[in-house]
Design a protein around this ligand. Sequence first.
Ligand code: PBG
Length: 332
Amino acid sequence: MSFPITRHRRLRGSAGIRGMVRETVLNVLDFVQPIFVTYGTGVRNEISSMPGVYHFSLDTLKAEVDEIAALGIPAVLLFGIPETKDAIGSSGFAEDGIVQEATRLIKQWYPELLVVADTCLCEFTDHGHCGMVHTHTVDGVVHGDVINDASLELLTRTAVSQAKAGADIIAPSNMMDGFVEAIRAGLDDNGFEHIPIMSYSVKYASAFYGPFREAADSAPQFGNRKTYQMDPANVREALREAESDVLEGADMLMVKPALAYLDVIRMIREQFDLPLVAYNVSGEYSMVKAAAQQGWINEQAVVLEMLTGMKRAGADIIITYFSKDAARWLRE
Ligand code: PBG
């Protein structure tokens, strides 16, 4: 009788040995928890398509941030729902804008907690696009597109105002050409040369952002984001996007979404040395929540498996709505 020489199962026989040979370990220090902030008082409204994720007003925000800090999560990513919107998204760069106010408060409460500011205008523009638009109407239907270079100026103002409010990291998600260079110059001109840019370098025009757009009230009012966000079919283009961000001075790169793009994460990891962020986006969160609510999957096991997969693919940092849950589970 012949026996297998190689027995892979030898290294799987007990929890002890599995732990010893484990190649990828999730760490709470890798997580970034997104938070949605809004005006009003006493607001703690659950987002219907994202169970467990809430809109917080500035007075209810403290309890949430207390919880995040107590779990040892090192960073939050802020999204704002403004009181008023206009064509240029001016509440995105107002000194007393909702993100700026929330940033100041969080930095007062927890100077050590990193505040990452998402630098985009889609939450603040009345048309829901990520920059300034040119429009024309044909037979009552509005057409238009985002004007790249004019938008850069607004985005730079937004980033500078976020840094002034105390943001530790600027995370531009708008996908305009030249946004890293423009924002870097704006930050440097204003004395924020020490503030890193976490660039949403490789951001796809993804249907997985659906629940976020409900949460942030940022769905485009006409057209879509395909003229500035990437085609999901492309991967070589991801290299070009990442390369220009590196040349423009990005400090960290990001791939977004994560689950359907693990190959892209792996490729960017292999080609570039900068810290790499994976954004486990809203639709990825909602799918898991929905299946878990039906009792179809084991939520904890699935979430930890997904997050491990992102890290195994090459992500150093994971932005996820599951940060608090995952931090708790990792403690158990
Ligand atoms: C802003 C922005 C979006 C997300 C993060 N920043 C939405 C979009 O591009 O439409 C999506 C996040 C998520 O789905 O969790 N541009």
